[in-house]
Design a protein around this ligand. Structure first.
Ligand code: GAR
Length: 204
């Protein structure tokens, strides 16, 4: 079986990338293979995780390139590597509407809340958990969704709830949501979409 070729986009520590790499190694991503890791910033720890797993890591320094050149090079790279599925795993750069429209139902993102709560422009990383604690919600979680032109607005694929313990701070909650939800959901969603890509390919 020809597997779906996956590119993982990162901007930081890459614990979600690690969850994907581990899942592949453990046979939990049978329909997909992680073929490429792309970072919009140099020197992020996620790139070391890619290299340790023997996966090619590429830096496209968006701040230096600017949006247009960044996306042009990105598209060329994705074509060259024959990528079928893009996984945004803690990727904190904005992708243009034109870019997103090129890959309908071929880009997924992990967001650290139960969408439609605490999502949209400006809600990323620790900020999401700070806002959840400020609001005093008792349950939060994570969501994997398809990416469209609306920030965090694409069709929801998987969600998992996490109870918020009394007295926890934002970084404690971030870690808890990762452990109890994100690291399980993202590989499961990547497999689900990869399986669908392979199935469609075999139909034609
Ligand atoms: C994760 O919590 C991810 O859900 C979040 O950034 C973190 C990246 O961590 N993404 C967003 O907030 C996107 N809106 P990681 O680099 O260790 O995977």
């Amino acid at each position: 079986m020809l597997k779906a070729r996956i590119a993982v986009f990162v901007s930081g520590g890459g614990t979600n990338l690690q969850a994907l790499l581990d899942a592949e190694k453990e046979g939990k991503l049978p329909s997909g293979e992680i073929a490429l890791v792309v970072s919009n910033k140099p020197d992020v720890y996620a790139l070391e995780r890619a290299s340790a797993a023997g996966v090619e890591g590429v830096v496209l320094h968006k701040k230096i390139l600017g949006q247009e050149a960044f996306e042009k090079q990105l598209i060329a790279l994705l074509e060259e590597k024959k990528i079928d599925l893009i996984v945004l795993a803690g990727f904190l750069a904005i992708l243009s509407e034109d870019f997103v429209k090129r890959y309908p139902r071929r880009i997924i993102n992990i967001h650290p809340s139960l969408i439609p709560s605490f999502c949209g422009d400006g809600y990323y990383g620790l900020r999401v958990h700070e806002e959840a604690l400020k609001k005093g919600v008792k349950v939060t979680g994570a969501t994997v969704h398809f990416v469209n032109e609306i920030t965090d607005g694409g069709e929801i694929l998987l969600q998992k709830a996490v109870n918020i313990p009394e007295g926890i701070d934002a970084s404690g909650l971030q870690k808890l949501v990762m452990e109890e939800a994100e690291w399980l959901l993202l590989p499961a969603a990547a497999e689900q979409v990869s399986r669908e890509i392979v199935r469609k390919r075999n139909e034609t």
